[in-house]
Design a protein. Structure first.
Length: 90
């Protein structure tokens, strides 16, 4: 679900492209391009799953998730919470 939703939004978020399962991403999910830079992405329903699955935080630039619930998320990883795009504002 998270990969599909990001696929619907990535161009609106100024990403120039995304390659799912690219070898440069290693054991993470995708390589994306933003402002001429490579961005290594891990997709998770909940951001805390990144830690639970034992991924290496030094190899990831961005976690794309539905819900950001990881209180101790390393500062070197940006988190994009997709739920905010579907939340109703009063």
């Amino acid at each position: 679900m998270v990969i599909f939703l990001f696929g619907c939004l990535y161009k609106h978020l100024n990403f120039q492209g995304i390659l799912i399962g690219h070898e440069k991403a290693g054991d993470l999910d995708a390589l994306a391009f933003l402002d001429g830079e490579d961005v290594i992405i891990e997709f998770e329903a909940y951001s805390s799953n990144f830690k639970k699955e034992g991924h290496d935080a030094s190899k990831c630039n961005l976690i794309v998730c539905w819900e950001h619930d990881w209180k101790g998320c390393p500062e070197n990883i940006d988190v994009l919470k997709l739920k905010r795009f579907w939340e109703m504002k009063p």
